[in-house]
Design a binder for this molecule. Structure first.
Ligand code: SAH
Ligand code: SF4
Ligand code: F3S
Length: 483
């Protein structure tokens, strides 16, 4: 199994421990003749779902090459860190991991050391100068080329692959960490220019996959028993902007709403989710599609970043607080029970106390089910990093703590509405902390625990949809028994 380090980026749900999702077989079988010669691999993943999805594909490629998954990063023959640089602490974490592996490599020159993902893209060759023991530094656009790059490493080269690259469609070999819920990328990259954000410079320009390729991947997953698909993009509402075609009515031929309609009827898939939405582009048409299409779950992850219009303007987000409110109102008109989650940044350069208070007020007003919070962190090659009005660390810490307390109170309030209700839960597996309990999620994405038996003594299996009567509620999870 690969390890996932607590998220530094946007997540549908926060995990404060490495994910222990059930493992499934790789989509293509390892070639047994080479398995004994390649050795073992270990992947540690930092960051957002894009990185997790990339790691699953890279694990699939390694297994197709004949590597077998190792037991830990201290003994594996190939160690790959898939890195995140969304904030400085995410980036720094990688260097401490690399320091330990560099020591190992000095004692064992056969160890292959790979840094992939967003720090790799940001630092490129500089990373080789900093950690000369590295064999391969590869940006996210090169994830599907891992086999080619490793072949060059095996011929004795140190390789840096960070050039702008058209992402190869060959993603059929992913080794999925779950056998029930799968990620499916729909658009890579981001063309926005939020003034704080490093993502466009490390993930490159938007590249949409073709609707047919997305649907075909979902069909393959359905055939293997997957029940839930999360469609992924940094700015999923941008889907299709880069694909050619205009409809007779004069609108883009490929929008995210069209895509939802296109993939909705994949037999066997019971639930469809998506992330991340951008308030600038979120349309009423999309809300209507989510309300009308039965498999699309009533959970919306729509980051708002700040509750103050001036700060939003400085962030170059392209919407006002009022527009955000109208989107949420419209969602709730059509789907009154919908769960809403978001990302928010406090202590952006120049943010006054009054502006910060408006963020708190918006959180109170909306009543979010979950909010990913962060204090602003200056990032390389982003405009806001050079602005003179940076706030002090103490202000960042104070605002973040107060914000987190409010987020938890709100989440607790939102959880309370489930008490006594019967919720449909998709069984994902056994609770890693209590083998007598199964766990899954409601359609609204609340983690739910329930006993691993039913009235007939037969426990539900991963992939089963069960009705659970909710008997206990906590801020970010629920418990109950099968109804
Ligand atoms: N594409 C998504 C988010 C991508 S990054 C969007 O547009 O909302 C995930 C989250 O990290 C962001 O929503 C933001 O809240 C946070 N983030 C990004 N850059 C940051 C920075 N420099 N400092 C602190 N938080 C940041
Ligand atoms: Fe970053 Fe903005 Fe793109 Fe989101 S939309 S990834 S915050 S630049
Ligand atoms: Fe991090 Fe890269 Fe995702 S910077 S949040 S892993 S896009």
């Amino acid at each position: 199994m690969t390890a996932t380090v607590p998220s530094e980026g946007t997540t549908l749900a926060s995990h404060d421990a490495p994910l222990e999702a059930p493992c499934s077989a790789p989509e293509s079988a390892p070639q047994s003749d080479s398995a004994s010669t390649r050795g073992s691999y270990w992947i540690t993943t930092f960051g957002c779902q894009m990185n997790k999805a990339d790691s699953e594909r890279m694990a699939g490629i390694l297994e197709a090459m004949g590597y077998t998954v190792g037991s830990d990063e201290h003994s594996a023959d190939l160690v790959l860190y898939n890195t995140c640089t969304i904030r400085d602490n995410a980036e720094q974490k990688v260097y401490s991991y690399l320091g330990r592996q560099a020591l190992r490599k000095r004692a064992n020159p056969h160890l292959t050391l790979v840094v992939a993902g967003c720090v790799a893209q940001q630092e490129g060759e500089a990373l080789l100068r900093r950690v000369p023991e590295l064999d391969l530094v590869m940006g996210p656009q090169h994830a599907n080329r891992l086999d080619t790059l490793l072949t060059r490493v095996k011929s004795g080269q140190q390789v840096v692959a960070t050039d702008e690259h058209h992402i190869l469609e060959d993603i059929t070999t992913a080794r999925r960490d779950s056998a029930v819920c799968g990620w499916v990328n729909v658009i890579y990259g981001c063309n926005e220019r939020c003034t704080y954000c490093v993502v466009p410079s490390v993930r490159g320009r938007e590249q949409s996959r073709l609707p047919e390729a997305i649907k075909a991947e979902m069909e393959r997953l359905a055939a293997r028993g997957f029940k839930e698909i999360t469609l992924l993009g940094q700015n999923i509402d941008a889907y299709g902007r880069d694909l050619p075609g205009i409809t007779p009515e004069g609108r883009r031929a490929h929008t995210f709403t069209d895509l939802l309609h296109h993939v909705h009827d994949v037999a066997g898939i019971e639930r469809i989710r998506f992330a991340t939405s951008h308030p600038r582009y979120f349309t009423d048409r999309l809300i209507d599609a989510c309300a009308d299409l039965e498999k699309v779950c009533e959970h919306f992850h729509i980051p708002f970043q700040s509750g103050d219009d001036e700060v939003l303007r400085a962030m170059a987000r392209g919407y006002t607080v009022d527009r955000y409110r109208r989107i949420i109102d419209r969602i709730r008109q059509r789907m009154p029970d919908a769960a809403i989650s978001a990302d928010v940044i406090v202590a952006f350069p120049g943010e006054s106390n009054a502006q910060y208070r408006r963020t708190l007020a918006l959180i109170e007003e909306i009543g979010f089910d979950q909010v990913n919070t962060a204090a602003y962190s200056p990032r390389p090659n982003t405009p806001a990093a050079d602005w003179p009005d940076q706030l002090e660390e103490a202000v960042k810490v104070e605002r973040l703590q107060e914000l987190n307390a409010l987020v938890e109170i709100q989440a607790r309030r939102r959880s309370a509405r489930y008490l006594g209700r019967i919720e449909q839960v998709l069984t994902e597996g056994v609770n890693p902390r209590d083998a007598a309990q199964l766990m899954g999620r409601t359609r609204t994405n609340r983690l739910t625990f329930f006993p691993a038996v039913d009235r007939h003594g037969l426990p539900p299996q991963p992939g089963d949809l069960v009705e659970v009567r909710i008997e206990a509620v906590r801020a970010f999870s629920l418990s109950g028994t099968q109804a």
